[in-house]
Structures are given as C-alpha cells and as structure tokens.
Design a protein around this ligand. Structure first.
Ligand code: KG4
Ligand code: ZN
Length: 356
C-alpha cells in the first residue's frame, strides 16, 4: 500500500481501479486517493438495447464479457498506468442485473488474485453519491438523493463510508417513471433525455399530474400512479401533436422533479444538515438541476450535483467509493458475491423484450 488514510490527511497516493457492470454500461476508471479521476472509460450499450425499448439482461451480460477487458486496458492507458501501479480494486457487487454484475465481479476477483492487491465490493447506489467527491469538497453530514433508472433513495451521509437509508420509492423509480412515460408517448429509450429535451418548450402546468405523498411527512416516494395518470390522459386525448407533446412532457417532468426536490428538502430539514447532494442518471435532468438549485438554495442549503458524466453510470464513482473503504483498511474476501435487488430492472428488461 502506497498511501495511508488518516480520516482527513492523505499521505502519498493510493491508486484504485474501479470496475462497473451493473446494468448497460461497461466501465473502468483509475482514481487517486478517492478524489482525483485519472481516467474514466464508459462503453455504453444503449444503442443496442434501444432496439428492444429497454435493457435486455442476457444481451447486457454478453456485451459486458466482450467489453470488460478492453475497457480496463483503455482506462489504464489513459491514466498512464500499468497494472503494477494499482493498490486496490473496487467493483460494483450490487444492486443490479445479476449476470451483468457477475462479469465485473469475476474480472475484479481474477485481477485481485493475480496482482495480489485487495478487492472491495461497492454498493452502486452509495457510489452514485461518492461521485460528488471527485469534483467538490462537501461537508458532512449531508442528505443524498440517488435518482436512477432502478432506484430512488434518500440517505443521510455522515462520512465517506457512512450511509443511512432514510427513504426510498415504494414502487417505480424516478428514472423508470421517465422511461415508461417515454415509451407510452412513442419516444425512444432511454426516455429521460427525450422528455427533458421536449419539456424545455412545454407548459409545466398544462396537466396537473399527481404529486404522491405531497403533504405527508414520509421520506418515501411513489411514482407508479403518475404513469397511470398519463396512460388515462392519453386514452382520453390520444395522438398529441408536437406542441401538445411538449406540454405533456413538461407537466409530467414537473411532477417528478417537484416531488424529488420537496422530499429532499423535507429530509434535509428533518436531519438538520446544511448540504444536499443529488446523483444518479436522473440528476442529469435540466429541470431537476434548476429547481433543486432554486428551491433548496432559497432555504439556505448548499446543493451539489455532479457533472452529467459522473451522474450516469460510470466507474469513477465506484473507484472513489471503494478507495475510501480500502484506505480505511476494509477488504472483501475473494468469495465476494453479488447482492441483487434487480427485480425492478429485470422487470424493465423483460417488459422491453416483450414490448409491453
Ligand atoms: O444511474 P443511471 O445511469 O443507471 C442506473 O443506475 O439505472 O440512470 C439511468 C436513468 C434512466 O432511467 C434515464 O432515463 C435517466 O437516468 N436519465 C434521465 C436523464 N438522463 C438520464 N432522466 C431525466 N432526465 C435526463 N436528462
Ligand atoms: Zn446507476
């Protein structure tokens, strides 16, 4: 080990190879001391899954097998490192698609064994929040909102490796709500980006979509009713023209974004924190970034949202999260296995494959 972690001061440098393969991105990154990204390579499979309207798990696993070694090689090359420079390996071991996770995990274990360096399994959701440390110094504790395709969760984050789950979605994730709406509106996968683009020119109050749990104190979310409202609306008013489509997207997006911001504010107040971090693919959403800055900023909170390249799935966040654990002396054994709450993602994949 080249570096020693003292909690505050990092002496010398600790090089972590991060590996991510939980869904449809094959990614590797080289991270110095948990905070500096030396390289981050992401091979996205989106163009292939697009044909099916969503991620098809079996196809994803097979593509990970083809891509993982070239992606790791590229990450090392871009960081001007070779394998001998690596002090530790961080790999996503859940949640995610089981077959996809297995590819990253098996590769990481083989590298750990052959290089004689420690390995650490990383929780993908906690890692989304760790992405903030690649660009900002954030004071602890903070409230972290993770909004991705499969998850919507609020955490109280007390330190680099200390996460307490405060609340989560009881049904669909925010990203799932975007993707499913896009599908019923005839937009391509992944839907969040398309809705974000169309919503920019639409009227946010054209349809009053439900804001679930709006007046309740729960830090939980629910988005499945929103999608159902959209389906009912389209039954009454089918085939919207381009202008109407923009209004529908703007109103739908506003309902999701307002709910996310309001629940984050509630948790921040309830836990007496001064900072909020929003991360995960949906944190790329331009309206979420804007409204969070405005509404949370007005309440005196510091709002941190990583750059879009660190919001969507990447391995830099995995390397960062893993580095903080490794530098503290945490290690996983070589019998490290996956933990998977992949039901919702699997459902998404299966629904896509069946065209529903
Ligand atoms: O974190 P992520 O890359 O992968 C998962 O861990 O799931 O998140 C992917 C999700 C997708 O549902 C996608 O539609 C959504 O992030 N997303 C967006 C935007 N960009 C990506 N949602 C809304 N607005 C965007 N600009
Ligand atoms: Zn993710």
């Amino acid at each position: 080990m080249k570096g020693v972690y003292t909690g505050k001061i990092l002496t010398m440098s600790y090089i972590t190879l991060g590996i991510e393969s939980s869904c449809d991105e094959t990614a590797a990154a080289v991270i110095q001391d948990g905070k500096k990204c030396l390289s981050s390579v992401v091979a996205s499979q989106i163009d292939i899954h697009k044909e099916y309207g969503g991620v098809v798990p079996e196809i994803a696993s097979r593509l990970h097998v083809e891509l993982i070694l070239p992606v790791i090689d590229k990450a090392l090359k871009e960081a001007e490192m070779d394998a001998a420079n690596i002090d530790g390996i961080a790999v996503t071991h859940g949640p995610g698609l089981i077959g996809s996770l297995m590819v990253g995990l098996s590769t990481a274990k083989a590298l750990s064994f052959s290089l004689g360096v420690p390995i650490i399994g990383v929780n993908h959701l906690e890692a989304h929040l760790s992405a903030v440390h690649l660009e900002n110094e954030v004071e602890f504790p903070f409230v972290g909102l993770v909004v991705s395709g499969g998850h919507t969760s609020l955490y109280l984050v007390r330190g680099y490796t200390e996460f307490e789950l405060l609340g989560k979605t009881r049904d669909d994730a925010a990203g799932e709500a975007f993707d499913k709406a896009a599908k019923v509106l005839g937009l391509s996968y992944p839907g969040g980006v398309q809705i974000d683009r169309l919503a920019r020119e639409g009227n946010t109050s054209f349809i009053d979509f439900p804001r679930p749990f709006k007046s309740s104190m729960t830090p939980d979310f629910s988005f499945s009713g929103l999608k159902t409202s959209l389906v009912y609306y389209l039954r009454k008013e089918p085939s919207p023209d381009e202008e109407r489509l923009k209004d529908i997207c703007a109103s739908y997006q506003e309902a999701i974004v307002e709910t996310l911001v309001d629940k984050t504010l509630l948790s921040a107040k309830g836990n007496n924190v001064g900072s909020v971090v929003i991360a995960g693919g949906v944190a790329c959403n331009s309206r979420l970034r804007e409204l969070a800055g405005e509404r949370l900023g007005q309440k005196g909170l510091s709002v941190y949202i990583p750059s879009p390249k660190y919001c969507t799935d990447n391995a830099a966040m995995i390397g960062s999260m893993g580095a903080f654990r490794l530098m503290k002396g945490e290690r996983s054994e070589l019998d490290l296995t996956t933990f998977s709450t992949a039901r919702s993602k699997y459902k998404r994949g299966r629904a896509a494959a069946q065209g529903s």
